[in-house]
Write a protein that binds this ligand. Structure first.
Ligand code: UDP
Length: 326
């Protein structure tokens, strides 16, 4: 099946393209390269287009006639979304609206959407499920929740079958080293931590030690990017088989505090992580941990590398490589 992959030059999108190609699908990447990398597009053509430019979406759909769309492209940083919420609402919601209108017009009937655990907000450490009420506390989560609603409306009105994946914290890199995480600027915990370990940064700043968690630092549920990519192939299969609209949380059911991630890194790299204690980062929930039961039981998802050793190990191996250059 030919799949238009928005954001396919980005971290998660590129891993999804590899998984799609491996499964016999044909990914066509649609990306404005604002945060992605042309070098990460290895499994199909790259269309340079922008979701804020409806004509560029229409042209890509007309040229490639995809049977499905996977929508990864978005601004995705919690901290940045608190400082500039307008940009998040405009780009994420406006871009998704253009894309959905273009899909409706072109008759695309299958849509896989990247949503997030940030749609839940702060929930007192409960294990989050697909049914947990969503109450985002940052503009990133708010914009993604709005798109979930939009997708339901477009599904009903235009017959766009959709699978919504709510990602927890994505980590690691392709175990074969073909693609990996590279953000400019980098804001994510594991790559920043490994940069500090490698001496590329003076230290990791730990954002807050006074949360109501077991050791005072934020707890997150980390998922290996390769496992996440595999879920997308299953999600596409779900739609192809006509199983209808669905929401799946992609987490592991196990949370790690920031201090526990740091501890795990020491075990993998045999090196200390230089750490300085900083203030809380606005918009951060204390704990976000998901049940993966529905994805495992209904979708048949079998995560294999979503353990700290593999996630940090694969990210560490990727960090030794030269990375993308431009
Ligand atoms: N974090 C941190 N220092 C950093 C970056 C992140 O202490 O330099 C913490 C952050 O507060 C959060 C966790 O690490 O609790 C994961 O943050 P990240 O930005 O990787 O992902 P997010 O949870 O925002 O999607």
């Amino acid at each position: 099946m030919r799949v238009l992959v928005t954001g396919g030059a980005g971290y998660i999108g590129a891993h999804a393209c590899k998984a799609l190609a491996r499964a016999g699908h044909e990914p066509v990447v649609f990306d404005n390269l604002s945060t992605g990398w042309a070098e990460a597009v290895k499994w199909g053509p790259l269309v340079r287009g922008d979701l804020m430019d409806r004509a560029s979406i229409d042209a890509a759909l007309a040229q490639y006639q995809p049977e499905a769309v996977m929508h990864f492209a978005a601004l995705s940083l919690v901290g940045e979304s608190m400082k500039d919420p307008g940009r998040y609402w405009r780009v994420n919601v406006g871009g998704a609206l253009n894309l959905l209108e273009a899909c409706a017009a072109a008759g695309v009937r299958n849509f896989v959407f990247s949503s997030t655990c940030a749609t839940y907000g702060d929930q007192d450490g409960v294990l989050l499920t697909e049914e947990t009420p969503q109450r985002p506390i940052n503009a990133y989560g708010g914009s993604k929740l709005a798109i979930e609603g939009m997708l339901r409306d477009f599904g009903a009105a235009h017959g766009i079958n959709h699978v919504i994946f709510r990602y927890f914290n994505v980590a690691g890199a392709d175990p074969e080293g073909e693609v990996g995480e590279q953000h400019v600027p980098e804001t994510h915990l594991i790559p920043l931590m490994l940069d500090a370990v490698a001496g590329k940064r003076p230290a990791l700043t730990l954002f807050g030690t006074d949360y109501a968690t077991r050791d005072g630092t934020c707890v997150r549920d980390y998922v290996h990017v390769t496992d996440l990519a595999a879920a997308h192939v299953l999600g596409l299969g779900w739609l192809i088989e006509g199983k209808g609209d669905a929401v799946f949380c992609l987490g592991t059911g196990r949370g790690f505090s920031v201090r526990e991630v740091i501890e795990a890194s020491r075990a993998v790299t045999n090196r200390e992580v230089p750490v300085v204690i900083g203030d809380r980062r606005p918009g951060d929930a204390a704990a976000l941990v998901s049940s993966s039961s529905r994805a495992v039981n209904e979708l048949g998802w079998e995560p294999t590398r979503s353990n700290m050793r593999d996630m940090i190990g694969d990210a560490w191996a990727w960090a030794q490589k030269p990375g993308y250059s431009g």
